[in-house]
Write a protein that binds this ligand. Structure first.
Ligand code: 5GP
Length: 211
């Protein structure tokens, strides 16, 4: 079977716990790589440039778009967010499963460009729990929280575009569930075309040899 990594899109409402899940996944398994996005949003306390995001201004972001340096980008709550192309290509070539932690519009663009990518939507067990987590995080004003909840309501309309949904009620269980979905997806025929072609060719040569 091919050892090629797959492109994984992980989306979910802001506050669904995607960041924690991804960190834990990377800690447990070495076959994943996380793409670091570029954003015009200001860093939150404790966020470092080049780690959580590449923080940049609008002008540099727009230049990167012009130079074809992003696989996808989208506006979100007044800021731009985008996926730098080079890192994703390098890591995929090295056989890693590359994770893009991006929102719905970006996810749809990725699915269009790379139909064999795997789209997973992470959600908290309930809307009440989401509101509680956003408030508890304490990093955003009540206005920003209201904006993120409004955006969550919009995004909930797009959930059917994803291949799977994962309910984040326990980090431990969720990490294993995501890992299982990824491994199962790697076994889909669409992601193993070279292997299938090869086995078909070999079978044909046996059939011909027996004639
Ligand atoms: P936050 O400001 O909470 O870090 O991120 C806001 C939203 O932007 C999240 O839903 C996150 O997944 C999404 N996001 C982060 N990076 C990217 C990106 O490169 N492209 C797109 N389309 N969305 C992103």
């Amino acid at each position: 079977m091919e050892g090629k990594g797959i492109l994984i899109v992980l989306s979910g409402f802001s506050g669904a716990g995607k960041g924690t899940l991804v960190k834990e996944l990377l800690k447990r398994y070495d076959d994943y790589a996380l793409s670091v996005s570029m954003t015009t949003r200001a860093p939150r306390e404790g966020e470092r440039d080049g780690v959580e995001y590449f923080f940049t201004d609008r002008k540099s972001f727009e230049d990167t778009i012009k130079n074809n340096g992003l696989i996808e980008y989208a506006p979100y709550c007044g800021n731009y967010y985008g996926t730098p192309k080079a890192y994703v290509e390098e890591q995929m070539a090295a056989g890693k499963n590359v994770i893009l932690e991006i929102e719905l519009q970006g996810a749809l663009k990725i699915k269009e460009k790379f139909p064999e990518s795997l789209l997973i939507f992470v959600t908290p067990p309930s809307a009440g729990e989401l509101k509680r987590r956003l408030t508890q995080r304490g990093t955003e004003s009540s206005e920003a929280i209201a904006g993120r909840l409004a955006r969550a309501a919009e995004e909930s309309e797009g959930i059917e575009a994803y291949d799977y949904i994962v309910v984040n009620d326990s980090i431990d269980r969720c990490v294993e569930e995501i890992h299982m979905l990824v491994n199962a997806s790697r076994r889909a025929p669409v992601r193993n075309e070279a292997f299938i072609d090869e086995i078909r060719k070999q079978l044909q040569s046996f059939v011909k040899g027996a004639e």
